[in-house]
Design a protein around this ligand. Structure first.
Ligand code: NAP
Length: 470
C-alpha cells in the first residue's frame, strides 16, 4: 500500500494503541470505534492479564452495582476492530519506540497507581499503610495480595474523608457475613473474619461541609449491620465562615451532607459490635510508635477554618494537641500518578504533561506528534468512573482533529500482524480477550458455587495455569 495514501481508510486504517485497560481505556476505545470515517483500529494493552483496572481493583467489593459498567466494556471488546493484549507492560515488554513503529497514535490512560504522602514524622512506622494498598489487597490485585495488615488491633485511624477513606472504613466495619456475599479476595475475607477491629476513626482536617465524600456514601455508613456511627456534636456544627459561605451560595448537596452528619451526632449507640467515629477539624501531625517501631497512637492537632484569598476555607492549626491511641493507620489523602518510561511527566501534579489530552514535550511545551492521554493520569485522581467518559472524549476529539490535519506518527509497519509478532516475541504469555473471557467464566462459576458474584484469581501464575499455560 502506498505510504502517501491517507490514513483512516479501509485499506489503511488509523491504528491506535491504548495503554491501560481501565474505564478510561474502554471509553476511549468506544469513542474511537464508533467512527466509520475515519476507519480506526484499536489495540488495548494492560500490564495485568485482567482488564477493567480500577473497576476490578478499586471499586469496593460491596459496591457490585458500580461494577456492572463492565458489561458495556465487554460490548466494546466485541468490535471487530478491537484487540486486547493483557499481561504486556509498557516499559518492560514494549517501549514507546516500539509503539511508534506500529501505530499512528498512542493513548496513555494508566490511572494513578500510588498514594500521596502526609509528610509527617512516623509515617513509615509498622502499622501505617497507604489506603491504596489496603484497597488493592482486599480487591485481589496480584501485586498486593501478599500484603499483611495486623487486624488484631482494636483501634484504627483512617486519615482523610474522601470516598476511598469511606470505602476502607466501611470494609473494616462490615461483618464477615456481609462480606461473604461479595467478590472480596478470599484471603481478605478470611483475614477480616478474624479481625478484632472494634473502633474506626475517620479523620477530616476541615469541617463537615468540606468533607470530600459524597452523600450516598456517608449515608451508607449509617446503615451498617454491625457498626454504630457517631460524630461529636461540636465537630458536626457549622462554623461562622461555612455558614456565611452556604448562605451566599446555597448548595443542596452540601446542606444534606451536613444534615446527615449532624443526625449521626444525635444517634444513640445501639450495641453493635463496632463503632465508627467520624472526626472533623483535626490534622495528624505525627504517628507515635513503641520500641519495636509499631504505631501506638496518632497525634492530632485541632484546626479552625480560615478563608484564603480565593475564598476557599482552609484548616489552620490552633495549637491544641490530642493523642488518639490506635494500632493501625490507613492514609487516605489521595492517589498519585506514576511516570511512564519515555513519556513527559509533571512530577508536582503526578500527571502526564498535557494540554486537553495532547501530550506535551517537556522542553518546548509543544504537543508531541501522535501521543495522547486521558483519565487520572491526565487530570489527577478526581471524579467518579463516569467522569472519564467525557474526559476521554475530549482527548479523542483532539486526536481526530490532528488526523484531519495529517498530524500523526509515521509507523514503519502499521499492520496488526506486526504487532502480534512483536508481542508474541516479547511476552509469549500475553492474554487475549478470548483468554480473559475464559478466566471471567471460571471466576463467575466459582462464585456461583458459594453464592458470590465471582471468586477472583489473585496470582498471575494461577491465571496462566487456568488457561493451560506453563
Ligand atoms: P479525595 O476525594 O480527593 O479525598 C482526599 C481526602 O484527603 C480529603 O478529605 C482531603 O481533605 C484529605 N487530605 C488530603 N491531604 C491531607 C492531609 N495532609 N491531611 C489530612 N487530610 C488530607 O480522594 P479519594 O478519597 O482518594 O478519592 C479519589 C476519587 O475517587 C474521588 O473523586 C472520589 O470521589 C472517587 N471515589 C469514588 C467512590 C464512589 O463513588 N463510591 C469510591 C472511591 C473513590 P481536604 O479536602 O481538606 O483536602
Amino acid at each position: 500500500m502506498a505510504a502517501d495514501e491517507p490514513v483512516g481508510t479501509d485499506e489503511r486504517p488509523l491504528r491506535v494503541a491504548i495503554i491501560g485497560a481501565g474505564p478510561t481505556g474502554y471509553y476511549a476505545a468506544d469513542h474511537l470505534l464508533r467512527h466509520t470515517a475515519p476507519v480506526i483500529e484499536v489495540d488495548l494493552f494492560d500490564r495485568l492479564p485482567t482488564p477493567f483496572g480500577l473497576v476490578r481493583f478499586g471499586v469496593a467489593p460491596d459496591h457490585q452495582k458500580i461494577k456492572s459498567v463492565t458489561a458495556a466494556f465487554d460490548k466494546v471488546a466485541t468490535h471487530p476492530r478491537f484487540r486486547f493484549f493483557g499481561h504486556v507492560e509498557l516499559g518492560k515488554d514494549v517501549s514507546v519506540d516500539d509503539l511508534r513503529r506500529h501505530y499512528h497514535q498512542i493513548f496513555y490512560c494508566t490511572g494513578a497507581q500510588t498514594d500521596r504522602r502526609m509528610g509527617i514524622p512516623g509515617e513509615d512506622l509498622r502499622g501505617s499503610y497507604p489506603a491504596t494498598e489496603f484497597v488493592a489487597w482486599y480487591n485481589g490485585h496480584p501485586d498486593f495480595r501478599d500484603c499483611q495488615f495486623d487486624l488484631t488491633k482494636e483501634r484504627v485511624a483512617v486519615v482523610g474523608v474522601g470516598n476511598v477513606a469511606v470505602d476502607v472504613a466501611r470494609i473494616l466495619c462490615r461483618s464477615a457475613d456481609e462480606l461473604a456475599t461479595t467478590d472480596i479476595a478470599d484471603y481478605a475475607l478470611e483475614a477480616l473474619r478474624e479481625s478484632r477491629v472494634k473502633e474506626v476513626y475517620l479523620l477530616g482536617r476541615r469541617g463537615p461541609a468540606q468533607a470530600a465524600f459524597t452523600n450516598p456514601e456517608i449515608k451508607e455508613l449509617g446503615e451498617l449491620a454491625d457498626a454504630d456511627i457517631t460524630v461529636r456534636p461540636e465537630e458536626a456544627a457549622l462554623d461562622e465562615l461555612t455558614r456565611a459561605a452556604l448562605a451566599q451560595n446555597p448548595d443542596r448537596a452540601t446542606s444534606k451532607k451536613v444534615e446527615i452528619l449532624q443526625s449521626y451526632a444525635h444517634r444513640p449507640r445501639t450495641g453493635k459490635s463496632k463503632l465508627l467515629v467520624v472526626r472533623f477539624l483535626v490534622s495528624p501531625v505525627e504517628l507515635l510508635g513503641d520500641d519495636a517501631g509499631e504505631v501506638t497512637a496518632i497525634r492530632l492537632i485541632r484546626n479552625r477554618l480560615v478563608a484564603t484569598p480565593t475564598g476557599t476555607l482552609q484548616a489552620k492549626p490552633t495549637g491544641e494537641i490530642e493523642d488518639l491511641p490506635v494500632g493501625l493507620v490507613f492514609r487516605s489523602v489521595g492517589y498519585k500518578g506514576v511516570p511512564l518510561p519515555g513519556v513527559p511527566f509533571n512530577d508536582d501534579w503526578g500527571v502526564i504533561l498535557n494540554e486537553k489530552g495532547r501530550v506535551l514535550d517537556s522542553q518546548t511545551k509543544q504537543p508531541l506528534v501522535g501521543q495522547y492521554t486521558a483519565g487520572w493520569i491526565k487530570r489527577g485522581p478526581t471524579g467518579v468512573i463516569g467522569t472519564n467518559k467525557p474526559d476521554a472524549a475530549e482527548t479523542v476529539t483532539g486526536m481526530l482533529e490532528d488526523l484531519a490535519r495529517d498530524i500523526h506518527l509515521r509507523p514503519s509497519d502499521a499492520t496488526p500482524e506486526a504487532v502480534e509478532r512483536m508481542v508474541r516475541e516479547r511476552q509469549p504469555q500475553y492474554v487475549s480477550y478470548q483468554d480473559w473471557l475464559r478466566l471471567d467464566d471460571i471466576e463467575t462459576r466459582r462464585g456461583k458455587e458459594t453464592g458470590r458474584p465471582r471468586v477472583k484469581f489473585t496470582r498471575v501464575k494461577d491465571m496462566l495455569a487456568a488457561l493451560g499455560r506453563a
